[in-house]
Each structure stands twice: as C-alpha cells, then as structure tokens.
Design a protein around this ligand. Structure first.
Ligand SMILES: O=P(O)(O)OC[C@H]1O[C@@H](O)[C@H](O)[C@@H](O)[C@@H]1O
Length: 216
C-alpha cells in the first residue's frame, strides 16, 4: 500500500449522528417533510445537494436554495457537535506515524470545505494531509468514484495502491468503483451492511485496532 485516503465524517470523527440530526431538523422543520430517523440515516452520503435531491426530488430547489440550506445544515451540525469534536482513538498516533514514514495521505470527503476546515483547523491536523478533495471539487460524489480518484491523482499514486478508510456502505462502494480496497470504521454501520462489497479488508471500531499497525 502506497497511500491512504480518509473519508472524514464517521471515519476520522464520530459525528454521523449529528449530521443525521441536523438534516432531519432541516427536512422536517424547514422544508415541510416528515421523515423518520430510519429514513434519514441511510441517506447520509454524498454532497448536500445530492442528499436534498434524493429526499425532495430533482426540481424542488434552485442552486441558491441548495447553497443556503447546505450552510444552514452545517452551521447547525457544527454548533451541536463542537463540544464533542475529537479524533477517533488511535488516529492521532496513526497519522503521526504515517507522516513520519512519508506515506502520502489525503482526505476524500463529501463534506463542503466549511466542515473540513472546521475539523482540520480546530484539531490542528491539516499538516498531515497532502491532498483534500471536498464536495466542491467533484461533479458527482460517492458512490461515484470521482472523489477517491481525484485524491489518488493529487497524491500521484495509482488507485490500486491507495487504501481507503470509510464508515458507510456507499463510501465503500465508491472505493470499489475507484478500484481501491477499504477498511471500515464501525462507528455508524454494522459489518453485515457491507456484505455485498468485496473490497472490504477489515472492520475496526477505531484506530487502536492492531490491524492498523500492520499498515505502517
Ligand atoms: O464523505 P463524508 O466525509 O463521510 O461526509 C458525508 C457527509 O457529509 C456531510 O457534510 C453531509 O451533509 C452529509 O450529508 C454527508 O453524509
């Protein structure tokens, strides 16, 4: 393995519940929806505009409305999650060791830069990442492979030599579509939800799992 690509939400930080909560509020209290938690949770992948389109159809919002709803959702998410913002156990050490060993590391996320900056700057970990691919850098987000392929290209590493860290089935599917293997952090989903994906090498609760030692 020559490079690592990290998904952000649910993989580096344990926050998917907060995204689900913020979206459910926007859908039901600002947009007149009536979605249950079970309906919202499986939709937590891809760009904010893609999420809104899946929930309300393709013609409901203008680009400006999507932008405004997107920022409102992320503001709400950040306000609620900020007190709990920390890296998953073992990740700080893993990132430091990868950095010392000169392994190229990227972020490939469906989040907008506003949220990526929130995490990287609050935790002061920007130096560990040689490339960052956000929602704004791709036409189609996960499960489309564009996010991970762009990250590999920016690192200058062939897709087959990249290992992706993910937490949701649609993200693992994006890695599969990019020709990359993946390790799943089980913050948000159970292993059986990934049964259809042949590129999953391992499931781990966090980065203290001994499997990560074998990668360095
Ligand atoms: O690709 P990542 O880092 O897991 O981010 C996914 C999440 O990013 C959030 O910003 C979006 O609002 C969510 O809808 C999406 O699920």
């Amino acid at each position: 393995m020559k490079a690592f690509i990290f998904d952000l939400n649910g993989t580096m930080i344990h926050d998917m519940e907060y995204h689900t909560k913020a979206w459910q509020h926007i859908f039901n209290h600002e947009l007149g929806g009536n979605f249950t938690w079970e309906e919202v949770k499986p939709q937590m992948y891809g760009k904010n505009g893609e999420v809104l389109e899946r929930m309300f159809g393709p013609d409901r919002f203008t680009a400006e409305e999507i932008e405004q709803l997107s920022v409102a959702k992320e503001q709400r998410y950040q306000d609620e999650f900020r007190p709990y913002l920390q890296l998953l156990p073992g990740l700080a050490e893993f990132l430091e060791r990868a950095y010392q060993q000169g392994i190229p590391v990227a972020i490939g996320s469906a989040a907008i830069p506003f949220n990526i900056d929130f995490v990287l700057d609050t935790l002061d970990i920007r130096r560990y990442f040689r490339a960052i691919v956000s929602a704004d850098d791709v036409t189609l987000s996960k499960p489309h492979p564009e996010t991970f392929l762009k990250a590999a290209a920016q690192l200058g590493v062939a897709p087959a030599d990249c290992l992706v860290f993910e937490d949701v089935p649609k993200g693992a599917e994006a890695a599969q579509n990019a020709g990359m293997n993946t390790v799943i952090l089980t913050t948000t989903h159970q292993p059986h939800e990934f049964a259809h994906l042949p590129n999953v090498l391992h499931f781990a609760e966090d980065f203290t799992d001994s499997f990560f030692q074998t990668l360095l």
